[in-house]
Design a protein around this ligand. Structure first.
Ligand SMILES: Cc1ncc(COP(=O)(O)O)c(C=O)c1O
Length: 463
């Protein structure tokens, strides 16, 4: 039984617990209305199961907490920095490393130093803050996801890949001279949490080298990508996840990492670089805006947790346990009658709300409606990834260009929830799937121009 990964229990037991609240249906209705029907505005003590993000929401290990006690809070040259730097250098191989308080700070520092106004940044898919920071640097973020990503139901193993033909033709075409960066997001959070193959990364390296364009990884989930490569890509089953991750870093000129994911910590980010001049530019900006270059906005105890987290996260038993948990959850959701993007990745499951709620038009935001219903029925918080997040609006905030898909992301915190929590969520979803027509749509009441989904306010459309 223990050789069947789908039946194996998680490779840890629980030592410290945090209570979770259970509100009444009336309390949940009032809470959601007060939040402007935007789950980002809910208080955490109103949420029973929080699937809003896997970022900074994981549980730390006993080894990480023991290491945190050694945190050296010296302003410069802290021992904790050297321990973190050595762990990150061993993993990534980059000669120049800069710590930041989280991923988007690394984005701002790198893009401000590397991109010039009017340039293009090409990616398999930019994460939302990544795209926003490219825009704030005066450049344009353009996504080139592979064609296989458009079929949500297929079993294609690497739907996170970039479209290599589109990359080549953009670089060889009239806009080629505008391209300032190619950024590969592993795994592809904006598009189903799907992995990127090593073959795709090798090809991106060859193309970018030929065209003389820098190639970086947005490597927030470098270990989960490595695990999926090990499982799915011919030739890698005998590699360790660490060796695969290190090879991915080796292919690129540098990286950005939000360490709140595969750093297994609540906070942290990293810029890894080979280019000495770029490092010096980034370091100057880092010191002015984040903190001295041996802490970059992090406390010594954070750096210590990270030094351990970067080792733990590539442990095969940890990755197998996490992937198995997600796979079991995916099966429960499918059995409940709800479709997800196939094949399931690791950090999140993406519900196909457009298919579940065909009575709602994109302008009524079916993904958002499903997300709100999960909260109303079960206190479950999650994020829409559909027309509310990606669609284009007119000046009255009416939808003019829908997103290609209406999805809801259930992001799974690391080492936090048990099988009973997942069964509970699948049960709530199953009840919705039995009577989807009762779910109403929403309209936008007010929306900010940038990163709309975080602060948008909505109202239910009355029947
Ligand atoms: C792929 C990717 N890049 C960048 C970020 C931004 O990182 P942070 O939230 O640490 O600023 C995230 C966060 O979710 C992400 O998923």
């Amino acid at each position: 039984m223990l050789s069947d990964p789908i039946r194996k229990p998680p490779p840890y037991r629980i030592k410290v617990v945090e209570p979770i609240p259970f509100l009444s249906p009336e309390q949940r209705r009032a809470a959601l209305a007060e939040a402007g029907y935007n789950p980002f505005n809910l208080r955490a003590d109103q949420v029973t199961i929080d699937f809003l993000s896997d970022s900074g929401t994981g549980a730390t290990s006993t080894d990480q907490e023991a290491a945190a006690a050694r945190g050296d809070e010296s302003y410069a040259g802290a021992r904790s920095w050297f321990r973190f730097r050595d762990a990150a250098a061993l993993l990534t191989g980059y000669p120049h490393l800069l710590p930041t308080h989280q991923g988007r700070a690394a984005e701002r520092v790198l893009f401000t130093s590397l991109l010039k106004p009017g340039q293009l940044c090409l990616s398999n898919t930019h994460f939302d803050t990544t795209g926003a920071n490219v825009t704030l640097a005066g450049a344009e973020a353009r996504d080139l996801p592979c064609a296989e990503a458009r079929d949500l139901d297929s079993d294609e193993p690497f739907k996170g890949n970039i479209d290599l033909d589109a990359l080549e033709s953009t670089l060889a075409g009239p806009e080629g001279s505008r391209v300032g960066l190619v950024l590969m997001t592993i795994t592809n959070n904006g598009f189903g949490g799907q992995p990127v193959s090593m073959a795709n990364l090798e090809a991106v390296r060859e193309i970018t080298q030929r065209h003389g364009v820098p190639f970086f990884l947005d490597a927030a989930r470098f270990a989960e990508n490595a695990w999926l490569v090990k499982q799915r890509e011919p030739g890698y089953s005998h590699w360790t996840p660490r060796k695969i991750a290190t090879r991915a870093f080796e292919l690129a000129d540098g990286c950005l990492i939000s360490l709140k994911k595969d750093g297994l910590t609540a906070i942290g980010g990293l810029i890894g670089l080979r280019d000495e001049n770029l490092w010096q530019q980034c370091e100057a900006l880092l010191i002015a805006t984040e903190g001295f270059s041996t802490y970059g906005g992090l406390a010594g105890h954070d750096l210590e947790r990270l030094a351990v987290g970067l080792r733990e996260v590539t442990e095969p038993s940890y990755l197998e346990g996490r992937a198995t948990q997600t796979a079991r959850f995916a099966r429960m959701i499918n059995d409940a009658g709800v479709d997800i993007i196939q094949p399931a990745g690791i950090h999140a499951l993406y519900l196909n709300a457009g298919r579940l709620l065909p009575h709602l038009t994109p302008a009524e935001f079916p993904g958002h409606s499903l997300g709100c219903q999960l909260f109303l029925d079960g206190g479950i918080r999650c994020a829409e990834l559909g027309s509310l997040y990606l669609g284009t609006l007119d000046e009255e905030n009416r939808l003019t260009g829908p997103a290609p898909f209406e999805l809801v992301r259930l992001a799974i915190p690391r080492r936090v929830y048990t099988e009973e929590h997942f069964a509970y969520v699948a049960g709530v979803l199953g009840d919705i799937a039995k009577d989807p027509e009762r779910i109403r749509g929403y309209r936008i009441a007010s929306a900010p121009p940038l990163l709309r989904h975080f602060k948008v306010r909505l109202e239910p459309i009355q029947a």
